[in-house]
Design a protein around this ligand. Structure first.
Ligand SMILES: C[S@@+](CC[C@H](N)C(=O)[O-])C[C@H]1O[C@@H](n2cnc3c(N)ncnc32)[C@H](O)[C@@H]1O
Length: 375
């Protein structure tokens, strides 16, 4: 059975493993940066379509040791890429290196690209695939840790957080797969009201609505990487799409509420929710956090308050967190609040004791996802 690797933001591999197992795949192995799973290609299509948390699904094709650039080149030239994709496909090599002997990512990517191109030239009468770094048909990943290298085909294509419904974003939007992973870490039960008082472009609320409706997050995407591989079977893909769409729920009997100070960003949130087909379940309102009141008697707060303080904005943000804390204590008794915090300083202004804590990465920023039981 082929082995695949689902990558995800650091801190979310456990919830990703559970998600993959819930999709029916039993053989999984957890790592810090993602999950290995064994499955046939049909299930790989399914994970691409239905995983809310994965960033990409890779198909490792060769692991080897290399101590020198020539060795890397030799090892990659031995791979029969023509078995996996046609010479007419435009390719891109992406590279990530950690403590690697060969430390220049661009140079390693170029060496691998040369080895692939030369391999094709030798085996296809002088023809080689074109490179397209902006819109490739096939992406090849190289990962190097010390002297150990792994070459993988990217079955996703563009990263899976790019669902296809977001046209508009605020200044610091969360990636959709990070938002979905945080919702899974939170105690929200997917059947009761959810509030995001700093909703920005609406990522938490839209992902939550899709999750509760069981709409596959990949159903808005036009294409996936596996569709450019030689073994792509459109019939199997159509079967997976029908099976996953059959799981969708018709409607929700609760609402999700978004508030933000910025009326422009709320327009974007509405447009995104409309694109995702969930606007009817969402309510947006312009509101300063100091004036926030609960729109329903009980629910869950999940939010990502501002923390990328520009110079001079710090004082303002200290007040924002104090106001947030005050609004929670005054109007949200009995609720659970989950807050993604990228800055310890501001959490202190909260004057609330967190009951649970997860460490997650929002891009390169290490954040804490904190839970507060409001009394
Ligand atoms: C980090 S962004 C949230 C991004 C959002 N999660 C998304 O994915 O687009 C923080 C948001 O808080 C809003 N904000 C800042 N101060 C506020 C306040 N006093 N009351 C309400 N919203 C505020 C900003 O307009 C911004 O949209």
């Amino acid at each position: 059975m082929p082995e695949f690797f689902a990558s995800c933001p650091k801190g979310l591999s456990e919830v990703l493993e559970k998600e993959i197992r819930d999709l029916g795949i039993e053989n999984t192995k957890l790592t810090q940066l993602g999950v290995f799973f064994e499955s046939n290609w049909k299930e790989c299509y399914r994970v691409n379509l239905s995983s809310r948390i994965a960033s990409r699904i890779l198909k490792p094709i060769k692991d080897f040791f290399a101590y020198h650039q020539d060795e890397l080149y030799q090892q990659v030239s031995k791979i029969d890429f023509s078995k996996h994709f046609d010479v007419t496909k435009k390719i891109k090599v992406e590279c990530s290196l950690h403590d690697s002997i060969l430390h220049d990512q661009r140079f390693v990517a170029m060496k691998v690209k040369d080895a692939i191109a030369d391999h094709f030239r030798e085996h296809t009468g002088g023809v080689r695939p074109d490179v397209d770094t902006k819109d490739p048909d096939v992406r090849i990943h190289v990962r190097g840790i010390k002297n150990e290298f792994s070459i993988a085909l990217d079955t996703s294509g563009e990263s899976l957080f790019k669902r296809g419904y977001r046209m508009e974003s605020g200044l610091a939007p969360l990636k959709e797969n990070l938002a979905a992973g945080l919702l899974k870490l939170s105690s929200w039960d997917q059947q009761s009201p959810l509030i995001d008082p700093f909703c920005g472009s609406g990522t938490f609320l839209i992902e939550a609505a899709l999750m509760a409706l069981k709409i596959p997050p990949g159903s808005f995407r036009k294409r996936f990487g596996f569709q450019n591989l030689k073994n792509y079977d459109p019939e199997v893909w159509n079967m997976v799409v029908s099976e996953e769409i059959a799981k969708e729920k018709d409607s929700l009997d609760f609402k999700l509420y978004g508030f933000d100070l910025d009326s422009q960003v709320l327009k974007k949130a509405k447009a995104n929710a409309e694109n995702a087909g969930v606007l009817q379940y969402l309510q947006f309102q312009r509101k300063d956090i100091a004036e926030l009141e609960s729109p329903v008697s009980l629910g869950t707060v999940v939010t990502n308050p501002p923390y990328g303080a520009r110079l001079g904005e710090e004082d303002l943000l200290h007040d924002t967190y104090k106001d947030f804390s005050h609004s929670l204590k005054t109007h949200f008794k009995g609720w659970n609040a989950w807050v993604l915090s990228g800055n310890k300083e501001f959490s202190k202004d909260f004057h609330l004791k967190n009951s649970r804590k997860f460490f997650v990465f929002n891009g390169a920023i290490e954040c804490r996802f904190l839970s507060y039981a409001i009394k």
